[in-house]
Design a protein around this ligand. Structure first.
Ligand SMILES: Cc1cc2nc3c(=O)[nH]c(=O)nc-3n(C[C@H](O)[C@H](O)[C@H](O)COP(=O)(O)OP(=O)(O)OC[C@H]3O[C@@H](n4cnc5c(N)ncnc54)[C@H](O)[C@@H]3O)c2cc1C
Length: 381
């Protein structure tokens, strides 16, 4: 595997990777403890990320993005995972792709350049206290009133919730319509918006560096022109389409995390001694690592194929579900094995593998739980 390189890699991407890596090491890695304690990154971090080209790498330059492809987003995602830096620039990309794909020219020009610079932080608000997997059952409503929508309801577990200036809200514009048909996506510019409130950052078991919040909408007025798409009722389809992007990004992060966990653990197993020999000299440790390395390689090749298909516009929702489901299951299992191979040190917060174990768990839960993804794959059989 040492001589394997992703087929989508180019000289330009190698240079981009180098600059992202240097930036993360110099600027964000030293701040992780501070962010962890305050449960969110510093506001300036977003602007610094924007200046460095970390934000919106796969959005056209004309809209303030980096002008790259999904390969550029994959590089950013991989480097964040490899550095052990938790920073939700991926969510910024997700929101930008909703705007890029469904937004009007005026919406794109208004929001995307500011998002690329990190002056405007994006969040996507689908989940509610009583509706996560079952998105069709959301209760937040957006009632039309003249040239505005009036949004009422609450959202929970929203990434970037504290810093967000732009929230893409899933709401029912037609509460009487059956199932998913009445849902629309509406963009709310939330700074100083009357009736909008952000709860405290939620206490999670991992990823403390990221602000995950409850959002409250109490008769919030948003211009009707902020609807995404030409007509009401397209929100559910838009979410299902865009979840392909989100799920692929999660899968890319999962494989990069597995690769990092293995590199750390192989090094540790070669150094740590027990019973007069290094851990890697025990057949059990060697076989566990051999199995994990094989799976990591299978995963890498699969994900590279997914990336190539995404770039070619041929990436279907079922393969996206397979990618997110399988890689994150592997991630949690392999990282857990790596903790085990570290013995007691694997349970100590100061050891990166312990942090990876805590941060990994949520990968099987968000962007569609793995059970929902198995359902999706199952329906296609
Ligand atoms: C750290 C974090 C960040 C997040 N960020 C965001 C965000 O930015 N924006 C956002 O909108 N949401 C976000 N979420 C929410 C996340 O997407 C939801 O938690 C997830 O979709 C699951 O919904 P739920 O928590 O309501 O669980 P539930 O839907 O209540 O599911 C509970 C359990 O039941 C299972 N289950 C449910 N339905 C079925 C079924 N039909 N068949 C089989 N099993 C089923 C699930 O798999 C799960 O195991 C985030 C969550 C976390 C933890």
């Amino acid at each position: 595997m040492s001589n394997y390189e992703s087929p989508w890699m180019t000289d330009e991407l190698r240079m981009f990777r180098k600059s992202v890596r240097e930036f993360l090491q110099e600027e964000f890695l030293p701040l992780q403890v501070k962010w962890r304690e305050q449960h969110r990154p510093d506001a300036e971090a977003w602007k610094k990320a924007g200046e460095t080209g970390l934000l919106l790498p796969d959005v056209p330059e004309g809209y303030g993005g980096g002008g790259g492809t999904f390969a550029h987003q994959a590089v950013v995602t991989e480097e964040l995972a490899q550095a052990g830096v938790n920073f939700a620039s991926g969510v910024q990309s997700i929101v930008s792709h909703y705007i890029l794909t469904y937004g009007s020219e005026a919406q794109k020009k208004k929001w995307l350049p500011a998002m690329g610079l990190g002056e405007l932080v994006g969040a996507i608000a689908m989940t509610e206290p009583s509706a996560g997997s079952d998105l069709q059952s959301i209760k937040t409503t957006a009632r039309r009133d003249g040239n505005d929508y009036i949004i009422s309801g609450s959202k929970t577990f929203i990434t970037n919730g504290w810093h967000a200036g732009l929230v893409c809200v899933a709401a029912k514009t037609d509460p009487k319509a059956a199932g998913f048909r009445g849902i629309s996506m509406i963009v709310a510019e939330v700074k100083d918006l009357k009736g909008y409130r952000v709860g405290n950052s939620l206490e999670k078991i991992g990823m403390h560096e990221i602000d995950t919040c409850e959002l409250f909408f109490d008769d919030v007025r948003v211009p009707a022109a902020n609807l995404l798409g030409n007509a009401e009722g397209a929100g559910f389809t838009q979410m299902m389409e865009q979840l392909r992007y989100e799920r692929l990004m999660i899968a890319v992060g999962a494989i990069a995390t597995i690769e990092r966990a293995l590199a750390i653990t192989i090094k540790y197993a070669k150094e740590r001694k027990a019973f007069g020999q290094t851990l890697i000299e025990f057949q059990n440790a060697r076989f566990k690592l051999a199995q994990a390395k094989t799976e990591a390689h299978i995963g890498r090749v699969f994900i590279d194929n997914c990336i190539a298909r995404f770039i070619a516009g041929q990436f279907d929702p079922v393969t996206a579900a397979m990618a997110k489901y399988w890689t994150t299951e592997c991630q949690c299992r392999i990282v857990d094995e790596c903790v085990q191979l570290h013995g007691g040190y694997g349970y100590m917060s100061e050891y990166p593998i312990a942090q990876m174990w805590l941060d990994s768990r949520v990968q099987r839960i968000y962007a569609g739980t793995n059970e929902i993804l198995e359902e999706l794959i199952g329906w296609s059989l």
